[in-house]
Design a binder for this molecule. Structure first.
Ligand SMILES: Nc1ncnc2c1ncn2[C@@H]1O[C@H](COP(=O)(O)OP(=O)(O)OP(=O)(O)O)[C@@H](O)[C@H]1O
Length: 575
């Protein structure tokens, strides 16, 4: 999931933002049943008239028609809650007159840039929006070996030379620009250190041929400040229990990330995501190695770069989650994604059944992060960057192999994931086999304290209606919620009793469901609400158990009651 054009308003959603007079004018008789809300887009407040009976989808389509933002790319947040169910109504979310709707856009990070050489040859590049011109030059040098080194290239846009530090997104202004490439004959550069942090660069550029704009370049000397020897970053693993070994795949990701930072390749903030998401570069500066998500930049946290209002009660964007705990949840999803042939530490296998990328907890300091007030170390999750061809939001589910979807369904059901939309599943086509491989990412809202916001987009994909294979059933049988809770505790996250209960109940449901031959669709439907108003079956089961046991009953007795009620409900469904 991603976000880019961002609502930046400090006005709280429950504060009236318009004068009574405006209301009087805005609400004439023909609109007696409508309400006026305010759309916060990039700091601007735009009044928007909606009906309480409008669906969220139709509000998004309206925004699309007058602002041009594709409905699919929109994310609306009101009163600290994401209006995530497209078919639910404005009134279901309690949106009222004068409320502020924060609009966040999910824009692709990738920008197409066309490069035209002086001989008229055209090359197309797809680069990250937040890459700079220097990076683009490296790509040009790599793509066509008839071109000389990146240092000899000059890129022009609308006749003006571009600096290496200029960001692609700043040049592009919503369309695919054509840049003109000029290759200079190699200049002779000599660097001499005159004192600490101060180098003297002597550049002797030879005269170039006619029609070249750099004919005038003559020998010159410039003084350039450099910090090449200074280490201006910190990256350390966060270890809560020295006895808990960091998985080898996570250590490798940390090491490669450190190498990139050491080479001066700064974190690049992703255009996507409602929180601060940084793409960490490798040592060559040509690829990404990991993704860092600091806890203080989560949605509703103090330093969120997208200007979402700060939490007033500590609750995250999804019910039953807490702002600042996203990183623990990301790490938990990797730790609990056990390999299919056993447990990670024992088998030596690094990848789990569902393929959650290796993820660890780190403390990181870099001036490129969003910390407007103080420069401090940031704690957050560091996840291996997975090469991909896009997210499942970009293509229809027809080509996804059944087992690829099933592995993600097992993970989501177990962890009661409250944020499984198609943008959080990356896809990649394997060149050799031609198979599509799915990778689940973004687990900051798993293991919530209640089931209210569980949503699984895959529920509506045809593969979800096929039964689990024998191997998957075997894997599900091997799961043990108590072992999982102990594992997380060993790694330093003592799950709150409510989240531990969620894990126990959802594991119980998954196991009982497959024993009755239920499909991912059938089990998933028990966990998800059909609409925002009506409780899901799992919520009804929990409520019935709560009503049946004495308030002083133990957790074991409560879970035993849940188990009995669940058996009855599952028999009704499967019978
Ligand atoms: N492990 C990864 N490998 C490759 N790309 C990734 C990875 N993790 C995140 N990304 C990229 O970064 C983007 C934002 O990440 P992510 O969805 O985790 O952020 P978020 O703020 O939690 O988003 P959301 O608004 O969906 O909750 C993703 O859409 C994806 O393009």
């Amino acid at each position: 999931m991603s976000s880019a054009g961002i609502a930046v308003s400090r006005i709280r959603a429950d504060e009236p933002v318009i004068s009574p007079r405006f209301f009087h004018n805005a609400l004439d008789l023909s609109f007696a049943e409508s309400i006026v809300v305010f759309l916060s887009v990039s700091g601007n407040m735009i009044p928007l008239r909606v009906f309480e009976s409008d669906s969220i989808e139709s509000v998004k389509l309206r925004i699309q028609s007058f602002k041009g933002f594709v409905a699919k790319s929109q994310k609306l947040v009101c009163g600290g809650r994401e209006l995530s169910r497209s078919d639910s109504l404005v009134r279901d979310y309690g949106v009222a007159n004068g409320n502020v709707l924060h609009l966040m856009l999910r824009l692709s990070d990738i920008q197409t840039v066309n490069v035209k050489t002086t001989s008229g040859k055209e090359l197309m590049f797809e680069v990250g929006r937040y890459r700079d011109v220097g990076y683009l030059k490296k790509q040009i040098a790599q793509r066509a070996n008839e071109f000389v080194d990146e240092d000899d290239q000059e890129l022009l846009y609308e006749g003006k030379p571009l600096d290496d530090q200029q960001i692609v997104d700043d040049i592009c202004k919503n369309y695919d620009p054509v840049l003109h490439l000029i290759v200079r004959r190699p200049a002779n550069i000599r660097v001499q250190r005159v004192e600490k942090n101060l180098d003297e660069w002597s550049v002797e550029a030879p005269k170039l041929g006619r029609n070249r704009p750099y004919d005038e370049i003559a020998a010159e000397s410039v003084l350039v400040s450099s910090n090449v020897c200074e280490k201006d970053f910190v990256l350390e693993p966060v270890v809560a229990n020295p006895k808990a070994e960091i998985p080898s795949a996570v250590l490798e990701v940390m090491e490669k990330t450190r190498e990139g930072l050491e080479k001066g390749n700064a974190p690049i903030r992703s255009n996507e995501g409602s929180g601060g998401v940084y793409l960490m570069q490798d040592s060559t500066g040509l690829g990404y190695v990991s993704v860092f998500k600091p806890i203080d930049e989560e949605p509703k946290a103090l330093n969120n770069p997208h200007g979402l209002p700060i939490t007033s009660d500590g609750e995250g964007l999804k019910r039953g989650t807490i702002v600042g705990q996203g990183a623990f949840r990301e790490v938990a999803a990797y730790l609990l994604d056990h390999p299919s042939n056993g447990r990670r530490g024992v088998t030596g296998e690094t990848m789990g059944f569902a393929g959650v990328p290796p993820t660890g907890l780190v403390s990181c300091l870099h001036k490129g992060f969003n910390h407007p007030n103080v420069v401090t170390h940031k704690m957050g999750s560091l996840q291996k960057f997975v090469k991909n061809d896009g997210s499942c939001e970009d293509i229809g589910p027809g080509s996804f192999p059944v087992e690829e979807l099933h592995k993600i369904s097992v993970l989501d059901i177990r962890l009661a994931n409250a944020d499984r939309h198609a943008g959080n599943i990356l896809f990649r086509k394997d060149n050799e086999t031609g198979r599509t491989i799915l990778t689940p990412i973004d687990h900051g809202y798993c293991l919530p304290e209640c089931f209210e916001d569980c949503t699984f987009e895959w529920l509506y994909w045809p593969q979800a209606r096929q039964p689990y294979s024998a191997e998957t059933v075997e894997y599900i049988r091997s799961l043990d919620a108590e072992e999982d809770i102990d594992l997380l505790k060993f790694y330093g996250w003592d799950l709150p009793i409510e989240s531990a209960r969620t894990l126990r109940i959802s594991t119980m449901l998954l196991k009982k469901g497959v024993e009755r031959g239920l499909t991912p669709y059938e089990i998933g439907s028990i966990m998800c609400r059909e609409n925002i108003k009506e409780e899901s079956v799992i919520e009804e089961i929990v409520q019935e158990a709560t009503d049946s046991v004495l308030p002083c009953s133990s957790e074991v007795a409560f879970l035993e009651t849940v188990s009995q009620i669940m058996d009855r409900r599952l028999d009704e469904i499967s019978g």
